[in-house]
Design a protein around this ligand. Structure first.
Ligand code: ADP
Length: 249
């Protein structure tokens, strides 16, 4: 695996009762890049994400992260290595504040110190400071004391990203980060993803093609579980196979 790649799959395959949801996918994600996985419904994007984070075991194929074969690792071990998926909103505790949610995520990373958290004022303050910095980073400074459940939709997604960043991943998997958002929220999340990617690698499934065009260094187009095309937005969007299969033109 070349040093500039952070994640690579070889022949990644997942069959469900004989149906091939993902069939022989070779994915190469460059360190520090924003890489988008796109394709029509049923193309295998979610299954790919589930394979990468080990929520599903592949039928065959290999996954290599930072040079290590992670194919047989458990999800928690993959996260520990620095490959973390931003969870859907349900993973955020709805009746806790933004600050509490981020603090808990920080605690989770620094698990060993978690009991001190309840005992020592100085440890508590240190967590608070870190959490507040992260909250400001994702544009939620004005919402720190809001309960997660009360946040507008776009801000909830920002909180989800903050709780993921609290785990200090080297690589984030973002599952449709702008789904269901209006223009303003989309612009804000796009800025946030750019900022995140200045120090980390991002792999995202994203349906909004203008977001994909704006953010992505590399795009992999899947159809029927296979890679149809790969390249930058211009290359991919001018590919006749992609236009036919994905964009319907
Ligand atoms: P996408 O995220 O691109 O819409 P998915 O990865 O969700 O695609 O699904 C790819 C294909 O695999 C679909 O045809 C879907 O019906 C099928 N599939 C996904 N998960 C399962 C499962 N647990 N059992 C059977 N088929 C599945």
């Amino acid at each position: 695996m070349s040093a500039e790649l952070i994640l690579e799959t070889e022949g990644l395959t997942k069959e469900f009762a004989g149906f091939t949801a993902v069939g022989g996918v070779d994915l190469r994600v460059k360190r520090g890049s924003i890489h988008a996985l796109i394709g029509p419904n049923g193309a295998g994007k979610t299954t790919c994400f589930n394979l990468l984070t080990k929520f599903l075991a592949p039928t065959s194929g290999r996954i290599v992260f930072k040079g290590a074969d992670i194919t047989a690792l458990a999800p928690a071990d993959v996260a520990q290595l620095g490959l973390v998926r931003s969870f859907q909103i349900s993973a955020v505790f709805p009746h806790m504040t933004v600050l509490e949610n981020v603090r808990i995520a920080l605690q989770r990373r620094l698990r060993g110190a978690s009991m001190d958290f309840w005992r020592s004022r100085s440890v508590l303050d240190a967590y608070n400071d870190k959490a507040l910095a992260l909250i400001a980073d994702v544009g939620l400074a004005d919402y720190a004391q809001w309960n997660a459940v009360e946040l507008p939709y776009g801000r909830k997604r920002a909180l989800e990203i903050a709780t993921t960043l609290a785990l200090d991943p080297e690589m984030l998997l973002l599952d449709e980060p702008t789904a269901g958002m209006g223009h303003e929220d989309i612009a804000r999340i796009a800025e946030l993803i750019k900022r995140v990617a200045s120090t980390r690698t991002v792999l995202m499934v994203e349906h909004n093609l203008s977001v994909v065009a704006d953010l992505s260094d590399t795009i992999t187009v899947l159809t029927r579980g296979r890679v149809l095309a790969e390249g930058n937005y211009e290359t991919v969007s001018n590919n006749p196979d992609v236009r036919e299969a994905y964009m319907g033109v």
